[in-house]
Design a protein. Structure first.
Length: 499
C-alpha cells in the first residue's frame, strides 16, 4: 500500500503589509518527490510523524510536495498556484496511491483563492480519485465549511505550545490506512462557533482550553469515535473562515458529539479574556519580581507573522534603568553595520525599522560580540531536530542587558538560539519573548514569573488594536450579544471557570 504525502503550510497574518512569496516557501521548507521523505523522516513534524507511522503500518510513504513558509502576510496567488501545480504533477506521476496525508495548517490566506486548503484537497481528489484523504491541521486553523466535506478526516493539534505535530501526523496516516484497508469512512461534522480568541488565552495547560481539550480526549475515547479536534483558530487571519471550530469523525452520531463539544466551548466563552499589562508596569514587575521575568511581547509575535523588531519593551526597560535583560531583535541592517566595524564597542539605533508601529529605534550601546552565520538544531520540545539559520548575529552588551541582533527572524521556540551566541537566559533579570505561548517551550522551565504586555505589533492580544474587514459577524467578544447557541445538553464536564 502506498500513501502520498504533501501539503502547503502557512499561518497567514493578513495585518502584515508585505505579501508572502514563493521565495519565502523556498527558503523555509520546500521538498519535492523523494527528497520530501528523506528530509522530513525523523523530524517532529506532521509529515515526519506520518513517515514514522508508515513504517509501523507497513505502508510505503510517497513524497509528493511540501512547501511551508513562516507566518507572514497574504500568500501571493502565483506562489500558491505554483506549489499546487507541483503537487498535482507529482500526484499524477506517482505510482497508484491508496491514500493521501496532507499537512495544511488551515489558516493560510491566498490572494484570489478564498479557501486554499479546501482547494488543495479538491485538486488532489481530482487526480487520485476516491481514495481516503487525511489532513492534519494546526491548532490555529480557521476551518471553513468545505474542507471537512472534501477530506475524509481532519486531525488538529491538541497542544499549544505545539508539541504533538508528529503524533497528529501519525494519527492522520493511521486513519487513512484504516479507511483504505476497511473500505469505509467515518461520518464527520464540523461546528463553527461565532467566537474569536487570542493566542495568550489559548494555552493548552490554561483554562479554558485545558477543560476543552480534556473533553476532546474524552470524546476520542468513546466507542465509535475516530477523532475529535477543538481548533481555537488564528485571530490575525481576517476572512470569512475566522473563528473557533470543533470537529468530530465517528462511526455514527458525529453531529451530536460535535454539537456537545461546541456547547462546552460556548459556555466557557467569557474565560478566553486575556489580561494585558502596560509596558511600564510590566518592567516594574520585572525589576522587583522573581527572575527571570518573561516579558511577553505578545503583539510582536514572530511566530504569528510580526517582524520581531519592536522596541517598546527595550524603551520601557531603559526608562526604568533595569538591566540584565535578554532581548532578540531582527535587524539585518544593524547586523551588517556591526560586522563592518571592528571596534569592541558599538553604538547604533536598533529595531523599529519595519513599520513606525514597531518603533522608534532603540539607541543600543556597549561592547559587541560578532558571530558569522549561526545555525543550530532545535533540541527542545518544539520541532526538535529542525535546523535553524539565524544568519549573522551581533550581541550588544547594552545597559538594559544583552541585545541579540539577528540577520534572519528567529522564533523563540527554543533557547538554543541564545546558547548559540553565549547568552544565558536562565540567569537573566528579564527575557523579552516575541511570542504569545510558543515561547514557553523555550523559557517556561526556568521563568520566575510571566507578564503579558500590551505592546504594538501585528498580533495584538487586545482585539481593539485591530481593524477587521472581512471577518464574519457577529463574533464574540467583539459583538456582545450573538444569538447563536449550541443546541446541546451533553455529558462533558465544563470544568472550573478561570479566576
Ligand atoms: Zn499554531
Amino acid at each position: 500500500m502506498r500513501i502520498g504525502l504533501g501539503g502547503i503550510w502557512q499561518e497567514t497574518n493578513t495585518f502584515v503589509p508585505e505579501p508572502t512569496t514563493l521565495e519565502h516557501f523556498r527558503r523555509y521548507q520546500f521538498f519535492t518527490g523523494g527528497e520530501l521523505v528523506a528530509a522530513l523522516r525523523g523530524t517532529g513534524t506532521e509529515l515526519g510523524g506520518a513517515i514514522e507511522a508508515a513504517g509501523a503500518h507497513r505502508v510505503t510513504p510517497v513524497g509528493l510536495h511540501f512547501g511551508a513558509a513562516l507566518p507572514a502576510g497574504v500568500v501571493e496567488r502565483g506562489a500558491f498556484e505554483t506549489m499546487l501545480a507541483i503537487l498535482n504533477a507529482q500526484a499524477r506521476a506517482a505510482p497508484a496511491l491508496d491514500g493521501l496525508v496532507l499537512s495544511l495548517h488551515g489558516a493560510m490566506v491566498v490572494d484570489g483563492h478564498p479557501d486554499p486548503e479546501a482547494e488543495v484537497v479538491a485538486a488532489l481528489r481530482a487526480v487520485v480519485g476516491d481514495v481516503p484523504i487525511g489532513v492534519s491541521l494546526d491548532y490555529h486553523a480557521n476551518v471553513g465549511t468545505d474542507l471537512p466535506r472534501l477530506a475524509d478526516v481532519l486531525v488538529g493539534y491538541r497542544s499549544y505550545p505545539h508539541t504533538d505535530m508528529a503524533e497528529r501526523g501519525a494519527d492522520a496516516l493511521a486513519m487513512v490506512v484504516r479507511m483504505a484497508r476497511a473500505g469505509r469512512r467515518p461520518q464527520r461534522q464540523l461546528v463553527k462557533l461565532p467566537l474569536l480568541t487570542v493566542p495568550p488565552a489559548q494555552e493548552d495547560a490554561g483554562e479554558p482550553m485545558r477543560t476543552v481539550l480534556a473533553a476532546t480526549d474524552e470524546l476520542c475515547a468513546r466507542p465509535g469515535v475516530w477523532t475529535a479536534s477543538a481548533l481555537p483558530g488564528f485571530a490575525y487571519a481576517d476572512g470569512d473562515r475566522l473563528g473557533f471550530a470543533v470537529y468530530v469523525a465517528a462511526d455514527d452520531r458525529a453531529a451530536e458529539a460535535a454539537r456537545e463539544l461546541a456547547g462546552l466551548v460556548w459556555r466557557r466563552r467569557a474565560d478566553f479574556a486575556a489580561p494585558l499589562v502596560a509596558p511600564a508596569a510590566a518592567v516594574a514587575a520585572a525589576a522587583r519580581g522573581p527572575a527571570p521575568t518573561v516579558l511577553v511581547d505578545v503583539a510582536d509575535n514572530i511566530g504569528g507573522g510580526s517582524p520581531g523588531d519592536g522596541t517598546a519593551l527595550l524603551h520601557a526597560l531603559a526608562g526604568q534603568r533595569v538591566g540584565g535583560a535578554v532581548a532578540v531583535l531582527w535587524d539585518p541592517a544593524a547586523v551588517d553595520r556591526a560586522h563592518r566595524g571592528t571596534g569592541e564597542h558599538l553604538a547604533l539605533a536598533v529595531g523599529g525599522h519595519s513599520d513606525p508601529l514597531l518603533g522608534p529605534p532603540y539607541p543600543a550601546a556597549g561592547r559587541v560580540r560578532r558571530y558569522g552565520p549561526v545555525s543550530y538544531l532545535r533540541t527542545g520540545s518544539y520541532m526538535r531536530g529542525q535546523r535553524v539559520d539565524m544568519g549573522r548575529v551581533a550581541v550588544v552588551a547594552d545597559p538594559v542587558g544583552s541585545i541579540v541582533l539577528t540577520e534572519n527572524r528567529v522564533v523563540p521556540f527554543d533557547d538554543d538560539h541564545l546558547r548559540a551566541v553565549e547568552v544565558a537566559a536562565p540567569t537573566a533579570r528579564a527575557i523579552v519573548a516575541k511570542g504569545a505561548i510558543a515561547w514557553k517551550a523555550a523559557f517556561a522551565q526556568y521563568a520566575g514569573q510571566t507578564v503579558y504586555v500590551r505592546t504594538p505589533g501585528y498580533c495584538p492580544a487586545g482585539l481593539d488594536q485591530l481593524t477587521y474587514r472581512t471577518r464574519p459577524r457577529p463574533l464574540y467578544p467583539l459583538e456582545q450579544d450573538p444569538t447563536w447557541e449550541a443546541s446541546v445538553t451533553g455529558q462533558l464536564s465544563t470544568g472550573q471557570p478561570a479566576g
